[in-house]
Design a protein around this ligand. Structure first.
Ligand code: ADP
Length: 241
């Protein structure tokens, strides 16, 4: 599902957090929103998600205006850094949750839920420990469960906000590969917020560099890295290197 953001504005008080943003994300792309803390990445993601409304401008999914659609009607999956799993539920039940709370008319049968959850657990190679509880898992395993849970409802769009931020470098690297693999296998369109340029370069098809509510540059990782379009991009990439 393609995503289009048009002339999007959002202020908090006098601060322009999204400053006339225009962005087109083709169906099937994995896009990183990259920029320093406070540049507006999370706000843009939340507006795409339907968790926040813009002051003006619009968000289109597959050509249709979804700006004021309820979050539940948007067919999006989320993975957030602090979007904790339910501690009192097994990892199987955590993944099944989104399917169980569907309205009765669109709720799969118990057998279909079981098949779906076990398929997802196999995909993230956690099927052998389906009956464990989150506290019995490592941080990396927990985020693999979070990815599987987000994908259980078969979203067309996957939105991730610093999903691996709290983990150490080795686990982060491993999770990037999982994200790439799941994105490709599930045929979703993904938008991924990070302040870590290495993460963006490694995992994304396209990088959108943000600064003070504006897009400084967008392009493939190679384009952005080899040809920084503005002094800000040059400095940002240089600083983190
Ligand atoms: P990023 O994800 O790039 O760190 P954010 O979108 O989280 O940026 O925040 C951009 C700016 O907007 C920051 O200065 C932040 O403090 C401010 N901000 C975010 N959410 C709110 C809010 N609900 N109320 C007031 N200010 C906010």
């Amino acid at each position: 599902m393609s995503i289009e953001v048009k002339s999007l504005n959002k202020r908090f008080g006098t601060l322009a957090v999204c400053d006339n943003l225009n962005l087109t994300i083709p169906s099937g792309e994995l896009v990183a929103l990259l920029g320093p803390s406070g540049s507006g990445k999370t706000t843009l993601l939340r507006i795409i998600a339907g968790l926040e409304q813009p002051d003006s401008g619009s968000v289109h999914f597959h050509g249709e205006d979804a700006t004021f659609d309820d979050v539940r009607d948007r067919n999006v999956g989320f993975v957030f850094q602090h979007y904790a799993l339910f501690g009192h539920m097994t990892i199987f039940e955590n993944i099944a949750f989104g399917l169980r709370v569907r309205p009765r008319s669109s709720r799969p049968s118990e057998a279909a839920i079981r098949t779906k959850v076990m398929d997802l657990l196999k995909l993230v190679q956690l099927d052998a420990i389906a009956s464990r509880y989150p506290h019995q898992l490592s941080g990396g395993q927990r985020q693999r469960v979070a990815l599987a849970r987000a994908l259980a409802v078969e979203p067309k769009v996957l939105l991730l906000d610093e999903p691996f931020g709290a983990l150490d470098a080795k686990v982060r690297k491993e999770l990037r590969r999982w994200l790439r693999r799941l994105h490709d296998e599930m045929h979703v369109t993904s938008v991924f917020v990070t302040h870590d340029q290495e993460e963006a370069m490694e995992v994304a098809d396209r990088i959108v560099v943000m600064n003070q509510g504006r897009i400084e540059q967008e392009g493939s990782p190679d384009e952005v890295y080899d040809h920084p379009a503005t002094p800000f991009v040059l400095k940002f990439l240089g600083d983190v290197n």
